[in-house]
Design a protein around this ligand. Structure first.
Ligand code: ZZB
Length: 257
């Protein structure tokens, strides 16, 4: 599985995460979000971390530091992304909950700065453990954002952190300008806890977006998603805002075999 890792630079840490700054020796710090949909980055409204996940801060090249799971950092080390090839250098450690409320940059986002929020279904075993949120086109993101807006006290978040509405990014014949809200409604999804229906909605949104979607915004406005996807990715990578990251398939299997 080949992901695009989007580098979301920290603008302002939450109080609980502020002490990280002293531990990274003046490096620029980024949350690194793994996505399969680089063409949707215009519509980022926030970023999700898992509340039960432990993250590390890892040394990258050019005096940068990346926040992700240790597992992802190790894979990156073998892909030439770490400071020293083949080596993981961990500078600090932090729990997901402590990152919530931090303000970060959203590369290519129509809203250039967004907040870090909690999501129940972030898997520590996939991608980087950091997920950038596009509620217009990701049913999981839309369902979670809706949950957070309904019960900010329960999720211990400031309502100001969920103020950005979903942004139309691409148009599809079947679901209109925002596939995720349309599918959440159609499949009667109530919350992020409806994981079975959400998996189905995600599959439908992926297919429709990829095969029938047309860009509504950005540099490649008017182009089919299939063409825009690689162009947006290349443009982001060229600007130093993203890098390719491959997930070794069957990693766990081959280890236990
Ligand atoms: C932005 C985005 C916009 C995404 C969209 C999807 C969609 P897959 O197919 O199962 O591999 N993701 C990445 N890492 C994790 C994780 N650790 N735990 C939970 N979710 C994660 O899923 C890859 C997608 O799942 C990634 O692409 C990311 O969300 C999320 F409009 O990034 B995506 C129809 C989906 N649309």
């Amino acid at each position: 599985q080949e992901y695009t890792c989007v580098k979301m630079e920290v603008v302002q840490f939450s109080d609980a995460a502020k002490d990280l700054i002293d531990k990274v020796g003046g490096r620029k710090i980024f949350l690194v979000a793994a996505t399969l949909r680089p063409e949707t980055m215009y519509g980022q409204t926030n970023c999700f971390v898992g509340t039960a996940i432990k993250y590390g801060v890892f040394a990258g090249k050019d005096n940068e530091a990346y926040v992700c799971t240790y597992r992802a950092a190790r894979n990156m080390a073998f892909q030439g992304i770490s400071e020293t090839a083949g080596k993981v250098t961990q500078l600090a450690e932090i729990e997901g909950t402590k990152l919530i409320g931090s303000k970060i940059k959203a590369p290519f986002g129509i809203h250039p700065e967004v907040y870090v929020l909690p999501m129940d279904n972030v898997l520590a075993t996939k991608g980087t453990g950091v997920v950038t949120s596009v509620p217009s086109d990701s049913p999981d993101d839309f369902a979670t954002l809706t949950d957070l807006r309904k019960k900010p006290e329960f999720y211990k978040i400031d309502p100001a952190w969920v103020a950005i509405d979903p942004i139309p990014v691409l148009s599809t014949p079947t679901y209109g300008d925002m596939s995720a809200p349309a599918l959440v409604k159609q499949l009667k999804i109530q919350s992020q806890k409806d994981t079975k229906q959400l998996a189905e909605a995600k599959e439908l949104a992926y297919k429709e977006g990829f095969y029938a979607g047309t860009m509504l915004v950005g540099e490649y406005k008017g182009l089919p998603v299939q063409e825009a996807k690689t162009k947006v990715r290349a443009s982001m990578t060229e600007k130093g805002l993203a890098f390719a990251y491959a997930e070794p398939e069957g990693f766990v299997l081959s280890r236990s075999a």
